[in-house]
Design a binder for this molecule. Structure first.
Ligand SMILES: Nc1ncnc2c1ncn2[C@@H]1O[C@H](COP(=O)(O)OP(=O)(O)O)[C@@H](O)[C@H]1O
Ligand SMILES: [Mg+2]
Length: 248
């Protein structure tokens, strides 16, 4: 079993959105995934517990109980445990990072989110774990040209030599609609673009978790030379078995 922690030292960055959609994408793609809701606000549980499969999908927990939950998930045959974490306290975030094979630091391409992502990655690196930044709520690329805000964010992260996932999530209202219906974007009609990017992100994360496709964590230095070509679906399309919709 692999364990994935979804972190950000900032509320509203998109941790719960990423955690819930990746968990449900995993299940849709045949990976037995469960979600640990370690945030006392219980947003992930709020979204998922009313589902038919809710009882076998989401588990409310705390930082102190995470390790036991991880062992129980492993014993029950889960292949992936996704941990949704609170923004604070740092100690609780660290507990999740410690037991995770990979941590995702979610950040919108804004100054404050990026500053928080840098702090999140610092925790991951201090604990000697693997981590990668996933950009969320990015404005859409136009004809594969990234908007200036995304370009600037990538330049800043590249300057800091921080690892960035090749797949970014765009700002799309369907992420909000899906939650209101206790669903992932994969389960919504008319959400093909969102669904494609979540599948691509899951594929990238799953490969990193399994140590496939080169180094589990790729540095922004070698990968984001031309931001437009790297931050979208184009790069993922080269992966095995993936067919992706073009960037909206
Ligand atoms: N890519 C996105 N596009 C549109 N809305 C988003 C996106 N990601 C998150 N949101 C919205 O932003 C808000 C905060 O997201 P959430 O995942 O709850 O953040 P966090 O868990 O980090 O506090 C929610 O209302 C969510 O629906
Ligand atoms: Mg949350």
């Amino acid at each position: 079993m692999k364990t994935l922690a979804v972190v950000s030292r900032k509320g509203g960055a998109g941790k719960t959105t990423v955690a819930v959609n990746l968990t449900l994408a995993a299940r849709a793609m045949g990976v037995k995934a469960v979600l640990a809701d370690a945030d006392p606000q219980r947003s992930a549980s709020e979204v998922l517990k009313g589902r038919e499969d809710g009882a076998s999908l989401v588990f409310e927990t705390s930082a102190a109980k995470l390790f036991a939950l991880m062992e129980a998930s492993r014993r029950s045959g889960a292949e992936l445990l996704v941990i949704d974490t609170p923004a604070t306290p740092e100690q609780d975030v660290a507990e999740a990072v410690k037991i995770a094979d990979l941590s995702i630091a979610v950040a919108r391409p804004t100054y404050l989110d990026l500053a928080a992502a840098v702090r999140s990655v610092a925790i991951v690196q201090r604990l000697g774990r693997d981590g990668v930044i996933v950009l969320n709520q990015c404005a859409p690329a136009r004809r594969r040209v990234e908007p200036p805000q995304v370009v600037k964010a990538c330049e800043a992260l590249r300057f800091a030599s921080l690892p960035v996932a090749a797949v970014a999530l765009r700002n799309r209202v369907v992420y909000q609609t899906a939650f209101a219906q206790m669903r992932s974007v994969l389960e919504l009609d008319g959400a093909e673009a969102a669904s494609a990017e979540v599948r691509a992100l899951f594929a990238e994360v799953w490969r990193r978790l399994r140590g496939e496709a080169g180094a589990p964590v790729r540095s922004a230095n070698d990968d984001l030379g031309e931001v437009g070509a790297h931050l979208g679906a184009a790069r993922m399309a080269a992966g095995p078995g993936l067919t992706l919709a073009p960037i909206a």
